[in-house]
Write a protein that binds this ligand. Structure first.
Ligand code: FAQ
Length: 351
């Protein structure tokens, strides 16, 4: 099953990522003979499922779309550290705390891979960061919801990382090489993240009645925001058609949302928790679950900056940036010192 790391074989996600890795290696071994001009060559490379690399010619729109999406993705990773970091000091055991610390640090690493991928398109990390802090670039709506209980850490792992995996496994086959390669590594780590969330929820759901209630409450609150992560419905998606033609996106927002619902419906049964949708049911004619769509008006409000935590998330990010100014200055001074030619030693001067 798509993005499902809990299938009986226990490794379908990793198999898909391994397929993407093989495809990348094969792409590097083959060469495509293009037409006479650069645009034809670009089109043929994309049609042949080859990778576009930083020095290749690419249409301006392709470059801009990639910068927009990769930057939004990178910003999501680092802003996404905040909701879970809220529970680092209150994790129920030392082991849980160590696992959560590792996960939150992974998200910072994902941001780093993605900013580095964006830099190959000719835009600096500083610029992207400034655009985020100025509110001129977006990050995922999901990180504007609060984490009210420890069970929210489980729900984020199961649902938010689960949605991220469903969205991101196809991006391992994105036509732009640096993004595709970053996604392979990220997906392997997201697989661990989803497992840790699932395991937290499973433990709570099989604990005391109070713990089970806490787990159910978290799932109730995170379900629809997680569905909204996939973006507006296909009919309202401004970028999908072009991004799919360029093979940046491989599936539409609604297709991925459906795959996510199908995956979660089965996993919820094993967890012993209920998905808060009375209309969720298997539709044999479609071979998929029918479900209630998220509130897209709410999604748009959150994207516009009016979600429950938008202001707090941005204020924290700006404060962290200002607090870290001295580290950036010290690192720049150190780099400049080591880049300067070494002063001659006394022995060399008198020789
Ligand atoms: N939130 O035309 P479309 C993670 C915007 S996972 C905010 O359909 P597109 C892991 C969209 O940008 C989360 N904005 O757009 C983690 C566009 O606005 P623009 C990050 C949204 O790009 C887990 C407009 O609406 N993952 O971080 C959202 O074709 C746990 C029209 O939409 C990625 O970014 C939204 N939910 O499709 C970390 C994956 N949806 O730019 C920590 C890569 C739409 O024209 C803890 N990105 N918008 O002003 C994508 O796959 C795509 O960009 C979509 C949107 C699917 C998000």
């Amino acid at each position: 099953m798509y993005g499902n790391d809990f299938a009986a074989s226990g490794g379908e996600l990793l198999d898909q990522v391994a397929d993407a890795e093989r495809e990348l290696r094969a792409a590097a071994d083959r060469s495509v003979r293009g037409g006479s001009d650069e645009e034809t060559y670009f089109t043929e490379l994309v049609a042949a499922d080859q990778k576009i690399e930083p020095r290749d010619w690419m249409p301006d729109g392709y470059r801009k779309t990639l910068i927009r999406q990769i930057a939004q993705h990178a910003h999501s990773e680092i802003i996404g550290m905040q909701p879970e970091a809220n529970w680092l000091t209150r994790a129920p055991t030392l082991k849980r705390k160590a696992i959560l610390l590792a996960k939150v640090q992974d998200e910072a690493g994902h941001g780093l891979y993605l900013y580095a991928a964006a830099e190959t398109l000719g835009v600096s990390r500083d610029t992207l960061y400034d655009l985020l802090l100025a509110g001129r670039q977006k990050y995922s709506s999901i990180f504007n919801y609060p984490t009210l209980s420890w069970a929210d850490v489980g729900a984020i792992g199961w649902l938010v990382d689960g949605a991220a995996i469903v969205n991101q496994v196809p991006l391992c086959r994105c036509s732009y090489g640096p993004y595709a390669r970053a996604m392979i590594r990220i997906c392997k780590e997201e697989s661990f993240h989803q497992r840790q969330g699932y395991e937290i929820l499973y433990t709570l759901a099989h604990g005391t009645p109070g713990q089970k209630e806490m787990a159910q409450d978290a799932v109730d609150r995170w379900w629809y925001p997680s569905l909204a992560m996939f973006g507006p419905p296909d009919t309202d998606s401004t970028h999908s058609a072009q991004s799919m033609a360029w093979k940046i996106k491989r599936f539409s927002n609604d297709d991925l949302r459906q795959r996510f619902v199908d995956m979660c419906a089965q996993q919820a049964t094993v967890l012993g928790l209920t998905i808060p949708d009375p209309d969720l049911r298997w539709n044999p004619d479609r071979g998929a679950y029918d479900y209630t769509a998220p509130d897209y008006a709410e999604l748009m409000e959150v994207i516009r900056g009016n979600g429950p935590c938008n202001r707090a998330r941005m204020a924290n990010r700006r404060a962290a940036h200002e607090d870290g100014a001295w580290v950036r200055e010290a690192a720049a001074a150190y780099a400049a010192k080591h880049a300067a030619p070494a002063a001659p030693t006394a022995e060399a001067v008198h020789a």
